[in-house]
Design a protein around this ligand. Structure first.
Ligand SMILES: [Zn+2]
Length: 282
């Protein structure tokens, strides 16, 4: 396995590989992409590309460094996990202080001499945690690297983003996307027409049978809406309305991350979307 495995994610993968080969990949890196992008696996391949003893930029899968990353026992790699039992979203300030800061303070112990931290779903961090993260980023240490994985980097503070190299992967699984693209258009049409409660409810119940289906239709809707957004809106949706809808979709994905039933999230989604107008009035 190597980073080439992810070529389907687009030309950016080649650029990532070249940056690693030139040793200028950066210290804080944001890897951004939809739920269809396996950001954690990609990041692990990037790290292997950096520390591989045989093939810089790629990975040989055979050297001790590659093997340790694959087995999850590389000494200088920390992937923090958000505590699913916690009621608040993402990572707490104390978790960052207790886990992340000591890890970055201690010198790398591996032969390769670099400590790497991965924060999955970094965009789920609240403001206080992001403030703590920013303080960490403001005191960069040599031979430390931080990967922030997210679906929407706009949720990170501007100051966090400005200290990072951002790699946005515009990729959706074509088959999966196609399976939901028509449904997403129909749903958007229903929102525009303000269809009645039962029509929308029946449509969604017929087409969405799992949490994964709901995430797919949301991703497909977002892709659609972002295209309209780039064009400055259209006759159906004003810019404000588009931004509103995208925010509501993002909030629904946040809810889904916390093991809330998809049926509840779906109901909440269509109630919010179908009964609010441009000014947020019901
Ligand atoms: Zn290797």
């Amino acid at each position: 396995m190597s980073i080439e495995k992810y070529e389907e994610y687009g030309p950016l993968i080649k650029r990532i590989k070249e940056s690693i080969q030139k040793d200028n990949f950066g210290q804080t890196i944001i890897i951004e992409g939809s739920s269809a992008v396996d950001k954690l696996s990609l990041t692990l391949e990037i790290i292997k590309g950096e520390i591989c003893h045989n093939e810089k930029g790629s990975s040989c899968d055979k050297c001790i460094a590659c093997k340790k990353v694959d087995k999850g026992n590389y000494e200088d790699l920390l992937i923090i996990e958000s505590d699913s039992k916690r009621k608040t979203k993402g990572y707490s300030v104390s978790q960052l202080r207790e886990e992340v800061i000591p890890f970055l303070q201690r010198k790398p112990i591996s032969k390769e001499g670099i400590s790497v931290l991965i924060i999955p779903e970094a965009d789920s961090m609240n403001e206080a945690s992001q403030d703590t993260l920013l303080k960490i980023l403001e005191e960069p240490k040599e031979n430390r690297q931080i990967f922030l994985l997210c679906e929407n980097s706009e949720k990170l503070q501007v100051t966090v983003r400005s200290r990072s190299s951002i790699y946005r992967i515009n990729y959706m699984d074509i088959d999966l996307e196609n399976s939901m693209i028509e449904e997403s258009k129909t749903f958007l049409n229903m929102i525009y027409k303000k269809e009645d409660f039962f029509t929308v409810k029946n449509f969604l119940e017929e087409n969405i049978k799992s949490k994964e289906d709901l995430v797919l239709i949301i991703d497909a809707m977002e892709l659609n809406l972002r295209e309209i957004l780039i064009k400055g809106g259209n006759q159906f949706f004003s810019l404000n309305r588009l931004i509103d809808i995208i925010n509501i979709l993002e909030e629904t994905k946040d809810i889904l991350r916390y093991n809330i039933s998809y049926k509840y999230a779906m109901k909440n989604l269509f109630l919010t979307l179908t009964y609010y107008d441009d000014k947020g009035n019901i």
